[in-house]
Design a protein around this ligand. Structure first.
Ligand code: PLP
Length: 398
């Protein structure tokens, strides 16, 4: 099977993990050797309500019986889409009241950038160094890693980069700026939170010059950081948000959300300002709504904060853990070196615990379990992690 995987599937790295999956349920994934893995990654923050969540599966199955794809996005009234849009609007401040459903986080980024340009009639976009917003060419243009981007240039011109949390850099936001795009908490950069009311200050600067603030909530949103949306933690209301990942409860989804006034500019001159065939697919929308309901009904948002405390209590004092960054169930352990982080992640797989890396911060070990993870599962994972860390110390040369 692995030979065929390497032969027939386009590869993303020279060293894929290559574990052959047979099933997944709740917080566990099972491989072809019947090995059980406790999932501390949740498909990189996507399986917000656990694997094979019953409510999500039921919603998909029921919708499957009624209809699947019937028309490109935006023409027909499809109840699953409409219900999801309404639920999203109900979860947001009044000014964010119009939703455009798409297929992925990257497409949500594309839509938001186009919208900012279209609404302001400007083209310059300000983004942050070490940002990650997706991998289509437009989204890559606002990703702040030259190492990743340089092989694919030219990307979209007109992007300027600022340092996240650096107030002085806000001078770069001017009357030429269409939009400023930031992750609410920088993900790939190492789970870096905004400090000193930074996001509010960015928004004030945007208001001053007539630019739109786009917050990327693809990873921080949908309950992961202890509030339904990450920005609720930071005293700011953006002009546009983009979401994806955990919103689909394991299904592929994205959305960009703005005020009706801003969103309405996509509908004429030219009409069809953003087009998608499958965006808002009925099965995916049904899954999205079931996911939001699960998160609300089971109080998973607040629970994320309690679970964060459990992880911090178990791991923060370990000698090898230099720092625990992030919020709620979006946490990263910062190790002394990338070599130690590599050992922890790989040994995790050996010992049946799924951990993962971050894109740019190589000393980090990602902990983003399903929000549904139980306290005993969390303790079990932390115990495995502690053993791994202890073994590293035992094996280190004196
Ligand atoms: N933005 C952020 C903050 C992300 O973490 C990701 C995915 O990792 C994306 C955008 C892109 O989402 P997708 O992979 O669904 O295109």
């Amino acid at each position: 099977m692995k030979e065929d995987f390497l032969k027939y599937q386009g590869q993303t790295t020279p060293h894929p993990l290559g574990i052959e999956i047979t099933s997944a349920k709740g917080s566990y994934i099972y491989d072809a050797n019947n090995k059980k893995y406790l999932d501390f990654v949740a498909g990189v923050s996507a399986n917000s309500v656990g694997h094979s969540n019953e409510a999500v599966n039921k919603a998909i199955t029921e919708q499957l019986q009624a209809y699947t794809h019937v028309m490109v996005y935006g023409e027909f009234i499809q109840e699953p889409q409409l219900n999801l849009c309404k639920a999203l609007v109900n979860s947001l401040p009044d000014s964010l009241n119009s939703v455009y459903l798409v297929n992925s986080g990257a497409e949500a980024t594309e839509g938001a950038l186009k919208l900012a340009k279209r609404f302001t009639n400007r083209y310059e976009i300000i983004a942050a160094k070490n940002a990650y917003h997706g991998n289509s060419a437009g989204a890559m243009s606002v990703c702040g890693s030259e190492e990743q981007n340089s092989a694919f240039r030219p990307l979209i011109p007109g992007t300027r980069f600022i340092n996240f949390n650096n107030e002085k850099d806000l001078e770069k936001i001017t009357t030429k700026t269409a939009g400023v795009i930031l992750e609410t908490i920088q993900g790939g950069a190492g789970f870096i939170e905004p400090k000193n009311d930074y996001l509010r200050k960015v928004k004030e600067k945007c208001d001053e010059v007539g630019a739109l603030l786009i917050l990327d909530e693809i990873q921080t949103g949908v309950g992961r950081t202890g509030t339904f949306w990450g920005f609720e933690n930071y005293n700011v209301i953006p002009d546009i948000i983009i979401t994806g990942k955990g919103l689909g409860g394991g299904m592929p989804i994205g959305a960009f959300i703005a005020s009706y006034e801003v969103m309405d500019t996509l509908k004429e001159n030219p009409k069809l300002g953003h087009i998608t065939t499958f965006g808002g697919h009925p099965l995916i929308s049904a899954a999205g709504l079931a996911t939001i309901n699960e998160i609300n009904d089971r109080n998973l948002t607040k629970e994320a904060l309690r679970k964060e405390q459990i992880i911090r209590e178990q791991l923060a004092s370990h000698r090898l853990v230099k720092e625990i960054r992030g919020k709620g169930l979006m946490l990263s352990l910062i190790m002394e070196s990338s070599e130690i982080a590599d050992t922890v992640v790989l040994e995790g797989f050996n010992q049946g615990l799924i951990l993962f890396w971050l894109l740019y911060e190589k000393r980090a070990v990602r902990i983003t379990p399903p929000l549904t993870i139980s306290e005993s599962e969390l303790l079990e994972g932390c115990k495995i992690l502690t053993n791994i860390l202890n073994n590293i110390i035992d094996k280190a040369p004196l």
